[in-house]
Design a binder for this molecule. Structure first.
Ligand code: EPZ
Length: 417
């Protein structure tokens, strides 16, 4: 096992290049199951979650060749229809194979994802949508089996704009006979990127990126080449890193349009942010203002930035309220931040944060991907040394984060525990 050591108190400065989006790469790689022709996906970050999805695609019958960030997925003309427990339990996004396999083979057997640190994370919205498309579901020994000799178009209303359910149902609907409309669909940029990829394969999708998506089923999908969008949560994380260390950082290769809510809130707090053709510059004087946030589906403030915002507010004079409306248990980082000296009180799905003059380094444990990023930010701003355990969570979603932070002046290194 490894841990990360950070000696805090250094202002970050310099330039950082953003990697490709994890949450766009995963569904796009899975969508290659919809064709036997070669697909090339570019700008895919080197992440544990990407390795997991590639392992699953190999088990299902795909051949993968990985050159740097360019991945070629080709067919072995064998296509299995089972997503095994050991991979689904490792990463919930594995359930995204259900849509393409159901659309392609008319059947799929997938392990039901267990809950995870941040919540129960059921897939009822996915299953209800598949049933509307004509699939029959049966459950046994922790697996769900879906069968649909031929999917047919349907009008599907999502009770919650679930990202995964929107992606799964959109992929299945590309191969359903007739027209499908998904209402109250998720509108994240990653959904639009997936739809762009599917349309390049020959799908007929309109409205992705809005809450109403229309899909005309087609009988075949072809191979294509695609470059995934930059990672907006990595971008937001580095913006907060600059603010919390009172630094001066230029972020390249990001798409500012994907971060309106985060940029607005950082400016409201008093950070100075300039945006020009794909470069975002963040400089923040001291004396930021306490600023409340509420996480809601896109284009609202992203739940994946909630923990990072909590670190910034922990060091900002005044009281701010952070409300988490997307997941039911996404305050696991609070306990660890309190051990570093922050003053946070959780009441239901809100955290009341009272700014403190400083945080102190301490040994802390990461609990989930974004919590581990938040602990890094806290350690960068804290006085003294912090040891962060559980860094495997970090490796799931941040490519070369130590290298990138070191280049910005951080005193950070990874060592064997
Ligand atoms: C995606 O997860 C992201 N993961 C998450 O990022 C992100 O936090 C989340 O969307 C919300 O933006 C990927 O894209 C791989 P949801 P997903 O379905 O699709 C409930 C990260 O850190 N729900 O939009 O699983 C669910 O329990 C990860 O990169 C149901 O109740 O999220 C949750 O409370 C973490 N029934 C809420 O909806 C369902 O059938 C949002 O879930 C589906 C979801």
């Amino acid at each position: 096992m490894e841990k990360i050591l950070i000696t805090g108190g250094k202002k970050l400065s310099g330039m950082v290049k953003i990697s490709g989006s994890k949450n766009a790469s995963l569904p796009i790689l899975v969508a290659t199951l919809l064709t036997d022709e070669d697909c090339v996906v570019k700008n895919v970050p080197h992440l544990q979650d990407v390795e997991t999805i590639l392992a699953l695609l190999r088990i299902l019958g795909k051949r993968i060749s990985h050159h740097n960030k360019r991945i070629r997925i080709s067919s072995t003309y064998r296509l299995d229809s089972e997503a095994p427990y050991e991979l689904v339990k490792k990463m919930r996004a594995s359930i995204l194979v259900m849509g393409p396999l159901l659309g392609r083979l008319g059947r799929v057997r997938a392990s039901l994802p267990g809950g995870c640190a941040i919540g129960a994370r059921p897939i009822n919205l996915h299953l209800r949508g598949f049933r509307k498309l004509g699939a029959k579901a049966s459950f046994e020994r922790g697996y769900v089996q879906l069968d649909a000799p031929r999917l047919h178009g349907a009008n599907i209303y999502l009770d919650f704009p679930s990202v995964g359910a929107t992606e799964n149902l959109m992929m299945a609907a590309t191969r359903a006979r007739g027209r499908t409309v998904i209402e109250n669909a998720a509108s994240e940029p990653e959904i639009k990127d997936l739809a762009n990829f599917l349309n390049k394969m020959g799908a007929k999708i309109k409205g992705a990126g809005t809450n109403i998506i229309e899909i005309e089923g087609v009988s075949v999908l072809s191979g294509t080449v695609h470059e995934v969008i930059p990672d907006r949560i990595e971008t937001g994380t580095f913006m907060v890193a600059a603010a919390v260390t009172v630094g001066n950082v230029a972020i390249r290769g990001a798409d500012p349009e994907h971060l309106e809510a985060v940029i607005t809130k950082l400016r409201e707090a008093g950070a100075k942010i300039t945006v020009n053709n794909k470069e975002i510059k963040v400089t923040s004087g001291k004396n930021l203002r306490a600023t409340d946030i509420e996480t809601i589906p896109y284009p609202g403030f992203p739940t994946d930035m909630q923990a990072q915002w909590m670190v910034l507010m922990s060091l900002t004079k005044g009281t701010s309220i952070i409300t988490e409306t997307v997941f039911e248990n996404r305050f696991l980082h609070v306990g660890e931040l309190q051990r570093m000296g922050s003053n946070i009180q959780v009441k239901g799905n809100s955290a009341i944060v009272k700014g403190v003059p400083k945080l102190s380094g301490a040994p802390v444990m990461a609990t989930d991907l974004r919590a581990s990023a938040a602990l890094i930010l806290a350690a960068l701003a804290a006085e003294g040394r912090t040891e962060i355990f559980g860094v495997h969570h970090l490796d799931r979603g941040y490519e070369d984060i130590e290298k990138k932070l070191k280049r910005l002046g951080a005193r950070i290194k990874r060592v064997k525990e």
